[in-house]
Design a binder for this molecule. Structure first.
Ligand code: HEM
Length: 587
């Protein structure tokens, strides 16, 4: 056989094989291209992210693993692109997430765009809360649940039930901290856990029957009450460390549920994590115990409510609303339905950790800013002058009635600085900033990004939806937006006297809730349902703590704790160094 014949023969034998190989390679390439992140047309993105099969996921995991603050990573992306709307590719083989980094458009989206509702990201993250209404898209079930809650934000319930319960609870915290301050002997100590416990007890005190024995703070008080000062451990920065008591079963179940929510929320594969946490005994037991204790409480409330027809606790008010709804619809009331019970569990989780984390930041800022603390105390003494003159703490009635502009300014400034990310999902094809947003797209809203904590991006003004109302607040973006400055929330009253005085409230200022963009509670119909309740609690605890104690400086290593930002912004520690004030008698 000649050489050319041999080549021809080998060629004809190899041709089908190489064609097959090429076809396989072609298919693999096609698959690879299909699996690469697919950007939404027109919305800015980092092209490098779309050339990696796992998109931005590994980068994000690496960086957020180190900082634990996802917004820091998001901000880098936004700033690199200088785009008030951009897209990132975090969840492998899924649609991109859209990131909105503009306070004006954020407000517009949250308050005036019914095409956006609760996101699957939130719904899956909150899956350990089962039938909690925050997991629902707006519709009949959402409305039915909201109807059960109707009385709980009414002034009579807030003033006559929530406030006295919160007051008692706050004084209990003051007593606990008196003991700790005495034992710590001028050393700082961490109060993060105390704030969790007190916030949880605050909710327990008006949701459950007053006889409920699973309070969170009292076992901790007992653990410290009999402590010999010589047995207080001292940490490496001179901080006092106190022993803690084991949690009772309901407290443990709620804390376990919060952990389960955090696990699902932080996962790159949330649907898998949602299933997985139910397989882990620690989480599944927490969820089961929470449900069982709530069922028992609801059954007790039904017995009381049916016997007296009276609604006192939050659960009884929910039952009363269910009764009314049933009468209207000509059916029997369905008191023991699981959605009602899940709602109660959801309210606990939505309410206590958010409030306690906010309280931690408030005390951290007041410790770092003695001037603000002094001004706040002076404002409180002025507002409750009779109590101050009589060297007693202000009463529930005094605290409930009076508003102290500087206190509100401190609260909103802390809330502004520690707002978290919000998310919404397009429930129909729509647009944002003129870009097409297909149905199902998740939009993350940076309530801690440009326009909130730093000046708006230059490109935003041109893009803002024509329907976005420019904030008419005099919000000055040339002012440092990242500093703690409660004064930015105050404005002179129209009829204020022009005399020179020492504090804002003396000068006739008022709190201006629209002074600055602040979305710590979200906004619009899906904004925080419990906002009013939260303010009652924050005002009560902060007023009574600042009234009773000077929060003295702590070493720099303790004054600036690390934090996590996921569903909320949470400081790892909150160190206070407390000195009991002498201008208030023992209560
Ligand atoms: C300082 C304390 C609190 C903060 C910072 C806070 C923050 C938030 C945020 C950011 C949202 C999501 C809003 C959105 O997506 O637009 C939310 C929703 C919610 N919060 Fe709060 N919250 C606090 C206290 C409370 C309390 C005390 C309760 C109840 C007792 C509560 C009940 C709820 C409920 C039910 C929702 C879901 C509303 C819905 O999906 O329709 N929150 N909260």
């Amino acid at each position: 056989m000649s050489l050319s014949d041999a080549v021809q023969r080998v060629g004809s034998e190899l041709a089908p094989a190489s064609a097959g190989l090429l076809a396989i390679l072609g298919l693999l390439y096609f698959l690879y291209e299909r699996l690469l992140p697919q950007p939404l047309p027109g919305i800015p993105y980092d092209p490098k992210s779309t050339r990696k099969l796992l998109g931005d996921g590994p980068d994000m995991v690496r960086e957020v693993g180190a900082t634990r603050e996802i917004h820091v990573w998001l901000l880098k992306k936004v700033n690199k692109l200088q785009a008030p709307l951009c897209q990132i590719f975090v969840q492998p083989f899924s649609r991109p997430w859209v990131v909105l980094a503009d306070s004006v458009e954020a407000q517009n989206l949250l308050t005036r765009r019914p095409e956006f509702d609760r996101s699957s990201f939130d719904k899956t993250g909150l899956s350990p809360l089962d039938g909690f209404h925050s997991r629902m898209t707006m519709g009949d079930s959402w409305k039915r649940t909201r109807a059960w809650l109707q009385d709980l934000l009414s002034p009579p319930f807030l003033n006559n039930t929530v406030s006295p319960a919160m007051y008692e609870n706050s004084l209990q915290l003051v007593h606990f901290w008196e003991t700790k301050a005495r034992l710590a002997n001028d050393r700082p100590f961490d109060v993060n856990d105390d704030l969790d416990h007190v916030a949880l007890d605050g909710m327990l005190s008006f949701v459950f029957d007053r006889q409920f024995e699973h309070a969170a703070l009292s076992p901790q008080m007992q653990a410290v009450a009999q402590l010999d000062p010589s047995r207080v451990e001292i940490g490496r920065h001179g901080e006092a460390k106190f022993p803690t008591a084991p949690f009772n079963k309901f407290t443990a179940s709620l804390y376990g549920t919060v952990d389960a929510v955090n696990v699902v929320t932080a996962s790159l594969w949330p649907k898998f994590a949602k299933w997985w946490v139910r397989q882990i005994p620690r989480y599944s037991t927490s969820i089961a115990v929470r449900r069982q204790v709530i069922r028992e409480q609801v059954q007790g409330a039904i017995r009381r409510f049916e016997a007296t027809g009276e609604a006192k606790t939050a659960i009884e008010h929910m039952l009363a609303r269910e009764k009314k709804a049933a009468e209207k619809q000509g059916r029997k009331p369905d008191y023991e339905n699981q959605v009602l019970m899940d709602e109660i569990g959801g309210q606990f989780i939505a309410g206590f950790h958010t409030s306690s984390s906010t309280l931690s930041w408030i005390f951290i800022h007041l410790t770092r800013s003695p001037d603000v603390q002094a001004k706040l105390r002076h404002a409180l003494h002025t507002a409750y002058s009779a109590a101050h003159a009589e060297r007693r703490p202000p009463s529930t009635a005094e605290l409930t009635k009076g508003r102290v502009p500087y206190l509100d300014a401190v609260l909103d400034e802390v809330l502004r600085l520690h707002a978290t990310l919000l998310s919404r999902q397009a429930i129909t094809d729509t647009q944002l900033f003129g870009y097409r947003i297909p149905k199902g797209t998740t939009v993350f809203i940076m309530a801690n990004g440009p326009g909130f904590h730093s000046p708006s991006l230059a490109a935003a003004a041109a893009l803002r939806d024509a329907s976005s109302a420019e904030p008419d607040s005099g919000w000055d973006e040339t002012r440092d937006m990242f500093t703690f400055e409660p004064e930015r929330w105050l404005r002179k009253k129209e009829d204020a006297s022009t005399t020179t005085t020492t504090t804002e409230e003396d000068a006739g200022v008022e709190f201006n809730a629209n002074a600055a963009p602040q979305a710590a509670f979200g906004m619009g119909l899906r904004g925080c349902w419990g906002r009013k309740l939260a303010y009652v609690e924050l005002r009560m605890i902060v007023s009574l703590v600042v009234w009773h104690f000077d929060l003295l400086a702590v070493p720099p290593a303790l004054a600036y704790p690390s934090a996590t930002l996921s569903i909320i912004h949470r400081a790892d520690e909150c160190y206070v160094r407390l000195r009991r004030r002498e201008d208030v008698r023992d209560s």
